[in-house]
Design a protein around this ligand. Sequence first.
Ligand code: PLP
Length: 376
Amino acid sequence: MIPSTYRSSRLKINLDAIDFNIKEEIKRLNSSQTLYAVVKANGYGHGAVATAKTAIKAGARGLCVSNLNEALELREAEIKEPIIVLSYVEIEYINKAIQHDITLTATSLEWLMLLDKKVKSPIKIHLKIDTGMGRIGLREESEMKEAKKILENNPLIEFEGIFTHFSKADSQDFSYVELQKKRFVNALDIFGREMKYIHTSNSATALWHGAWESNLIRFGDAMYGMNPSGNELEEPFKLKQALSLETKIIHIKKLPRGEKIGYGATYETLESEWIATLPIGYADGLVRDFQGFHVLVDGKKCPIVGRICMDQCMIRLDQEYKTGTIVTIFGENKGTFNSIQSGAEFVKTINYEITCGLTDRLPRIYIKNGQEVELN
Ligand SMILES: *Cc1c(COP(=O)(O)O)cnc(C)c1O
């Protein structure tokens, strides 16, 4: 989908907020620990290239993505820092990774055995240990010992890192993290601690458990200013939300009591009401469950009424406003703030899914040093 730039709905990405969140987190690390910015899924919907460049300027030493295309997009944008693909890449594509100096993850013993057979030039590898996420990685001691032999004997495989992923670091209950830590220590006892990078911390782990045994943190959700726990755990420093979603009133009318709004005629005016139409809908990622959510107009909360359509939706206003009046769905409007978290709770999901779900039909406008900037 192409960005609809001749329409007034848009995402504003405040790069200053990303800069702030990263610098604050780096202050909490010790001198042997570095931060890699996680910019998978188009930077959680914020735009991968712009957020990656901002993160690097703020002090991130490398980047993490989830697949090879996402890594190549960064290389095409002339980003030279190390990039780790955190998930599975088919062995048939390893030369693409090698050609662009992209670090891959060994997700299983089977994958590593295939790599051992197929690799013809040097490649950097991080080995994934599954300590309880149950997704990818080596679990058994016996397979770790086999893997170790390959890593020691094949000079083309540069064993640069070992890592794991905690599945419950965003919870008040720390016991599962403790179990995963124990399992990871067992893996380190097998592989040793001589590799360049040992990493265990996503945002939640970094915020509430520190970098622990590791010297690199994989900082994702929190860099965009979102609390990875929702609101279960308090942020050690006040994160700044980077993303705002704005639109404008394109149509307004006063309806008498008893008039219906939208498909299915699910809303009926209770009295004489001002109803405005906004040029944004579920094809932009404003999913239909947002019916009833309050958006901001002139600093006031106004409900979305009736079903959300593909390209438009309607809101109820407390008074008449002019066509062209700014409406804030997420972000700040005249001193009132709508967090992405509040939207996530309204539609019963996590903040991650809200920003990842905002589609490419919404143009992304970047703000740097308080000014809107053109980025290519
Ligand atoms: C996505 C991801 C991260 C980043 O997680 P956040 O919660 O966004 O900080 C870190 N590590 C792995 C393996 C991931 O898949």
